[in-house]
Design a protein around this ligand. Structure first.
Ligand code: THU
Length: 160
């Protein structure tokens, strides 16, 4: 028997003005995408923006449905949009922003477990980590150097 330590590091920025120019621009795109979310049921709007190696920015936002489980998260809409539009083009970074029409979201909103798993497939396939930045509507931003920092002991094709 042995104990192991699982460590991941992240940088916390106080607000969007502390981000680099490139990160700030990508986060602004995530915010724009968030404003087009279709979330009439949860009233929780999420936007995601991916910067690709070919300099293209690909967006996604959550798309809900009256049959609730048929809806989809912003991050998966974005990553599948990238996969469909620019297959095989590496992802450099992902920015995520969330807001609610019910209350002010002032804490960073990380991707849900299913989105982390979906995103991990892309990072593993491209063999280069991509950065992940996430925030609420205002306040702190979390930045990791790699998607897999958010998903220890992940499942991947090597198990199949
Ligand atoms: N949502 C996302 O878009 N991304 C996440 O990572 C967490 C949750 C969406 C799904 C649903 O439309 C709403 O937020 C409330 O769960």
């Amino acid at each position: 028997m042995k104990e192991i330590k699982i460590t991941a590091s992240a940088t916390i920025y106080n607000d969007i003005t502390e981000l680099s120019g490139e990160d700030n621009l990508l986060m602004q795109k995530a915010i724009e995408a968030r404003q087009n979310a279709y979330a009439p049921y949860s009233k929780f709007n999420v936007g995601a923006a991916l910067l690709l190696e070919n300099s293209q920015i690909v967006l996604g936002n959550n798309q809900e449905n009256a049959a609730y489980p048929s809806g989809m998260c912003a991050e998966r809409v974005a990553i599948w949009n990238a996969g469909a539009t620019f297959p095989g083009v590496k992802i450099i970074k992902l920015a995520i922003s969330a807001s609610s029409t019910i209350s002010k979201v002032d804490k960073p909103v990380g991707p849900c477990g299913a989105c982390r798993q979906t995103l991990s497939e892309f990072e593993i396939n491209q063999k280069v980590p991509f950065e992940v930045l996430f925030m609420g509507e205002v306040g702190e931003i979390v930045k990791t150097k790699s998607l897999l920092d958010l998903l220890p002991f992940s499942f991947d094709s090597s198990y199949l």
